[in-house]
Design a protein around this ligand. Structure first.
Ligand code: FE2
Ligand code: FE2
Length: 200
């Protein structure tokens, strides 16, 4: 059953995303399953969430906005303006209605991978990070992020937030508030953790 779902998603994926994106997706699956094993998350959930995370990434602006409107999905102004960010929300809805997936860990991980969020569950953090460190990624800072991912999940996710914020500022695009909330919350947690260590 699990294997059938994986194969079914892969077949459909090939129809909706280009080859490059498909290869990226398989890279995210590998990275997500690896992180799930390392940090104690469910491997099957990691595989399914990774497979679906960019399902709607090749949708056009019209398709994304049309989908949101047709299904009455709630979105804020920043998402509508920086419409590429919508592909997470749309993919999560497709996961629910087309693939009959109702596991909230998976759905939230798919939905929030574009912006991040405060209080992300373990699978959300894993998918968010896996997207940045999969084997096909090549950008300044990726090796440091991969090393950090080996050491500490939260520190790595915090670094991924920092990288993203730098990048979004550098290209002059809108920064989604959830990215700031996610970064602030993790920064606080990492600080608290450090405080604990110092006190011991
Ligand atoms: Fe994505
Ligand atoms: Fe991705």
């Amino acid at each position: 059953m699990k294997k059938e779902l994986v194969e079914h998603i892969k077949e459909k994926l090939k129809e909706v995303i280009n080859q490059k994106r498909y290869i990226h997706t398989l890279g995210v699956v590998d990275a997500a399953v690896y992180l799930a094993e390392k940090y104690g998350a469910d491997l099957h959930e990691a595989e399914i969430a990774a497979l679906l995370h960019d399902y709607a990434k090749d949708f056009t602006e019209e398709q994304l906005k049309g989908y949101i409107k047709k299904h009455g999905l709630e979105v804020d102004e920043v998402l509508m303006e920086a419409y590429q960010l919508l592909h997470g929300k749309v993919a999560a809805h497709i996961a629910r209605v087309e693939f009959n997936i109702h596991n909230e860990n998976i759905l939230k991980a798919v939905e929030n991978h574009t912006t991040g969020a405060a209080n992300m569950g373990k699978l959300e953090r894993i998918i968010y990070l896996a997207d940045f460190i999969e084997v096909g990624r090549n950008y300044q800072g990726v090796d440091e992020l991969r090393l950090l991912a080996e050491e500490n999940l939260d520190r790595a996710v915090l670094q991924a937030f920092n990288n993203t914020i730098h990048y979004v500022l550098s290209i002059g695009k809108l920064l989604h508030p959830n990215t700031i909330h996610g970064r602030n919350e993790l920064l606080q947690q990492v600080k608290d953790l450090r405080g604990d260590l110092w006190q011991k």
